[in-house]
Design a protein around this ligand. Structure first.
Ligand SMILES: *Cc1c(COP(=O)(O)O)cnc(C)c1O
Length: 402
């Protein structure tokens, strides 16, 4: 397999402009260097690359197709194309980087991969990769989330992972990250911490980005085949930012292709704690070992965040997105809960595709934004099976479901 993992950024210290880097204790610094070295070696090794390519095709089902959404296109007067990451094994794009990270862990002689999870999507994808590759897997999860996301907790356990409750503070994602970091510091030799998006200290924003670039590389060829040209616009939702950077990366140098990242405006963009629109409302700060736009309180602590899509409610964002915002290569905008749910039903009923509520944010923007015309490629990051109970309970009546 050809090595396509070469990008100009980040620099050697993990910076995209002023963002990224590695703001962590001395002890972890050495471990991160070890991971960086192992990764640099792996991507020059055709055995590693072809093993990953074989898993993408035989196990994940790649390449994921691009589907022309005819009825949506007709209704909204624009060409809507969907990159179908929802068709991947486990139902979303996260499996792309989990397999890359798990293969790297094996190569480094690690016995166990560990991670935090919020809604459980990263936990399930990582537990899947661990089962496949014969690694142990510990997933740290807030007690509140464990109660809320029961089906994913069960999936992880069926797959053989241990789900370890984080029971301090607000008992959600941030506390899960704390617990996972603590466990990692205790034993960085036999374990590898597999971060779930393009966030965290260097080299994770780079590494996770590289693994997700498969989306954009495929899409570039597929769009050329389907339409004879590149798309006019590409739209993706942004939580940590991995699916978005995965599709954007292959088009960054195509200046004519407009790129749009969509953050969640939640219930209200003007009230702190009621949204997770990091780049719209945040300012540069450091958390979880890296510098980026960040939603923060007056004393610089991470702000509480909220979105109807639990995969999008993170108070920071991948550092490369902060950079791309500042240099104005990508347009970042927001979509509210209500708009996302409306798009969720629209694509379900016009195309027979139930999307993840996260992905519905990208769909809503592609359908609604007045600045979009021509051919629009949406990264459909995941399927909505995980969301149907919640949607029916909270929005069923409005959309005619008894
Ligand atoms: C986790 C998740 C996201 C958000 O994560 P990114 O790193 O921003 O891609 C988006 N869509 C789905 C389906 C997810 O599971």
């Amino acid at each position: 397999m050809e090595n396509t993992f070469t990008h100009a950024l980040p620099n050697k210290s993990g910076y995209f402009g002023e963002y990224g880097g590695s703001y962590i204790p001395e002890q972890l610094q050495a471990i991160m260097q070890e991971i960086t070295d192992a990764y640099d070696e792996a991507i020059l090794d055709s055995t590693y690359l072809s093993e990953l390519a074989d898993l993408y095709s035989g196990y994940v089902g790649r390449p994921s197709p691009i589907f022309y959404a005819k009825r949506l296109s007709q209704k909204y007067g624009r060409g809507i194309y969907l990159k179908r990451e929802d068709l991947n094994h486990t139902g979303a794009h996260k499996i792309n980087h989990c397999l890359g990270e798990a293969l790297l862990a094996k190569r480094m002689g690690k016995k166990k991969i560990i991670a935090e999870t919020g809604a459980g999507q990263h936990g399930v994808a990582l537990a899947t990769a661990a089962a496949l590759l014969g690694l142990e897997c510990d997933i740290y999860m807030g007690e509140v989330d464990i109660a809320k996301e029961y089906p994913n907790v069960i999936r992880m356990k069926i797959l053989g992972a241990r789900v370890i409750p984080a029971s301090h503070g607000r008992k959600t994602l941030k506390e899960a990250v704390d617990a996972a970091f603590e466990a990692y510091l205790k034993d960085p030799v036999t374990q590898l911490y597999a971060i779930g998006s393009v966030v965290g200290p260097h080299p994770f924003p780079r590494m996770v980005r590289d693994f997700q670039t498969v989306i954009g590389n495929e899409a570039r060829e597929q769009m050329a085949e389907l339409t004879g040209q590149l798309p006019d616009h590409i739209v993706a939702c942004v939580g940590g930012g991995s699916n978005a950077i995965g599709i954007f990366s292959a088009f960054l140098n195509d200046i004519k292709v407009e790129l749009h990242g969509v953050e969640p405006a939640g219930r209200s963009l003007t009230e702190p704690g009621e949204h997770a629109a990091t780049m719209a409302k945040g300012k540069p700060g450091v958390m979880h070992g890296f510098k980026s736009y960040m939603l923060q309180t007056e004393d610089g602590e991470p702000q509480d965040v909220y979105s109807v899509a639990s995969g999008l409610d993170y108070p920071s964002v991948g550092p490369q997105h902060s950079y791309l915002k500042d240099i104005e290569r990508v347009n970042y905008d927001t979509i509210s809960d209500e708009e996302a749910i409306e798009a969720f039903f629209e694509i379900s009923r016009l195309e027979g595709i139930i999307p993840a509520i996260e992905s519905a944010h990208a769909i809503a923007y592609a359908l609604k934004s007045k600045r979009l015309r021509g051919n629009i490629l949406i990264n459909l990051s995941g399927r909505g099976d995980k969301d149907i109970d919640f949607v029916v309970e909270n929005y069923g009546e409005k959309y005619g479901i008894e």
